[in-house]
Design a protein around this ligand. Sequence first.
Ligand code: APR
Ligand code: PHB
Length: 390
Amino acid sequence: MKRTQVAIIGGGPAGLLLSHMLHLDGIDSVIIERQSREHVLARIRAGVLEDGTVQLLRSVGLGTRMDQEGKVHDGTLIAWQNRPTFLIDTKKYTGRQMMAYGQTAITQDLYAARDAVGGQIIEQASDVQLHDLTSATPSVTFQVDGEQHQIACDFIAGCDGFHGVSRLSIPGDILKTFERVYPFGWLGIMSETPPLEDIVYTQHERGFALASQRSPMLSRYYIQCRTDTDLAEWPDDRFWEELKARFPKELADQMVTGPSIEKSIAPLRSFVAEPMRYGRLFLAGDAAHIVPPTGAKGLNLAVSDVFYLHRAIETFYARGSSEHLDAYSATALNRVWGAERLSWWLTKLLHVFPDQEAFDTRVQQNEFDHLCRSEAAQAALAEQYVGLPF
Ligand code: APR
Ligand code: PHB
């Protein structure tokens, strides 16, 4: 039986960042991760950071590499078929900017920060189970190499993603879930080619597409695809041809194509689990919510959850107050639903739905035309896209 103050289930961005921030306040934690570190670091995930995420990472000593390698953007472009290109101008309307810096790099930085201070990360843990969540003495059991272990703790942070065990540890008569599954996916590739200058969403009759970036020689592109798409039917040449067909010619002509070093299909869903707390268990990140990636909110929501959860736990140990623990779920969910709404709205606006009728298309076009005409609408979008203050 080992003991720690906070047992963290999951060593992705949420779990690693929480462990790092707790350590800075002298609070002990142990991360229990199902996969190997190599597996976690091989994941290709998000790439655009809200201003709040950038500021928080800097404030906890994780800004050096980000500021060296990340790229600041005044906003993101929307290239709508046969219309002038539009900028979600976060700098003009909020004075704040976005940062293109990959989740993989952030996860590397987090692992390095934990390693530097001897942070405890248990890898390849199986059969993870949470116990006595409504008592003052919860614990976690798990196996490593066939050997059973148990860790007693004061709190359990469920940072184990959408497919984890934590959310499922909340009784079914207490947990409420809300879900919308979209009738399309994103086919994404990574290529070692110079990206476009800007991050660009396109709205096109052939479907949505996105041009993004990870570094001056690493491009990330996506095209909307059918949910039953077979990767084998999408060799690189076909992908590049379809991607360019969905962009305005002046942007398509700027694209530098090359062999893909990663290619995958992501399903799109909106999902929220309420509450994000059950006794001494607190959910953070994908364990509690999923957004369609259209608004680049997934990673940023994990960060804001961790900001609130760290503050709650720190306040408990520092002042013996449970005020932020008791408010955690409502506080986090308010921001979660704001990101869910924005992501859902952008997904509806920018994608072609299989059952879409002419009326829907006209409404989409008018929504975009209104956005282009109305500074109030532009400001409202910009403040949500750059991220509302924590
Ligand atoms: N026990 C221990 N670890 C687990 C278990 C389990 N039963 N189930 C899952 N895990 C681990 C996964 O292997 C993963 O490393 O939990 C971690 C969860 O990490 P993420 O899925 O990355 O979720 P999170 O840390 O909340 O970060 C959210 O990641 O998936 C992206 O789009 C998402 O950008 C967002 C970010
Ligand atoms: C990415 O760079 O992977 C990315 C950018 C913007 C999004 C989603 C993903 O909205």
